[in-house]
Design a protein around this ligand. Structure first.
Ligand code: BV8
Ligand code: ZN
Length: 244
């Protein structure tokens, strides 16, 4: 069982308002490939080729095939002990906000409640023109990409590079980060903005910042505690120290 600093356990126990930011790393142990790892989703493609409006307008079929490939993966995976540890943590604290960059819906499936999905949800779709939302799965392997009755192209309902995040969700996340006395950054390379600014906002407001990540990131040097390793192994130990 890995050693967690006593001081960190005390900070976990003292906290009242907790905010957590997660990225693709927390879903890696469920079998969802990360973006920038060696087996990363983007190792086969470059982000600007796919997760942008231009890419979709240029080559909607390629973008849809990439999302369909990812949807098929998400359909087969389950939450892992990292997701479930955050469900336990949410029950413990008076105020708890789970802010995720992930679009795989695994936090909700694990049972987390107060979730801010900054970048949308890969299982949802919307019309590019009129914004009508669809939760149907589309089989894009055959024929053309799906179209709305208004004639617009239907797209995955996720936030692409260069697109604004949903304002209400982003404001909620900023408020949670500002109010937090404890902020956990888990499984994210801390490169994508504005999500990556959240731990720094928390820090500016005197929160204790804890990073749990396999590799060093731009946040590592700034964090009060940086725990290198797998979220699925470390988070259950943190929860045990908290509730034990
Ligand atoms: C916007 C949804 C503004 C789609 C995604 C220069 C500086 C600052 C910002 C910018 C800049 N140039 C451009 C920008 C803006 C840009 C941005 O931040 N670019 C970055 C790359 C520099 N941001 C945007 O465009 C955002 N919008 O800014 O709008 C605006 C202003 C005016 C008018 C219009 C617009 C929109 C960003 C959202 C993009 N959409 N996803 C989809 O999923 O297909 S981002 C995508 O990356 C995912 O959401 C993903 O979650 C996110 C971040 O990646 P991570 O989650 O961190 O995953 P990654 O693989 O990188 O890292 C995983 C980590 O886990 C690794 O560190 C690894 O070590 C670790 N790990 C692995 N296994 C484990 C583990 N850790 C623990 N346990 C394990 N087992
Ligand atoms: Zn439409």
């Amino acid at each position: 069982m890995r050693e967690i600093p006593e001081e960190l356990i005390n900070r976990l126990k003292e906290a009242k308002k907790v905010a957590v930011l997660t990225g693709a790393g927390i879903s890696a142990e469920s079998g969802v490939p990360t973006f920038r790892g060696k087996e990363g989703l983007w190792s086969k493609f470059r982000p600007e080729e796919l997760a942008t409006v231009d890419a979709f307008l240029d080559n909607p079929k390629l973008v849809w095939e990439w999302y369909q490939y990812r949807r098929d993966i998400v359909d087969q995976v389950e939450p892992n002990p990292g997701h479930y540890a955050l469900v336990e943590m949410e029950k413990y604290y008076p105020e708890f906000a789970l802010i995720t960059q992930n679009v795989d819906g695994l936090h909700r499936r694990a049972g987390s409640r107060n979730i801010y999905e900054l970048h949308g949800n890969i299982m949802l779709s919307k019309c590019f023109d009129c914004g009508k939302t669809f939760d149907g799965d589309f089989d894009v392997k055959s024929g053309d990409i799906p179209h709305c009755e208004c004639g617009g192209k239907i797209r995955p309902d996720v936030v692409w590079f260069g697109e604004l995040l949903p304002a209400a969700v982003l404001n909620g996340a900023f408020q949670a980060a500002e109010a937090a006395d404890l902020f956990l950054s888990i499984g994210t390379s801390a490169l994508v903005h504005p999500a990556a600014s959240l731990p720094f906002i928390a820090r500016r407001n005197d929160a204790c910042v804890v990073e749990v990540n396999l590799d060093p990131t731009p946040l590592t040097a700034e964090a009060d505690f940086s725990l290198p390793g797998k979220a699925g192994e470390i988070l259950p130990v943190l929860v045990e120290g908290l509730t034990g």
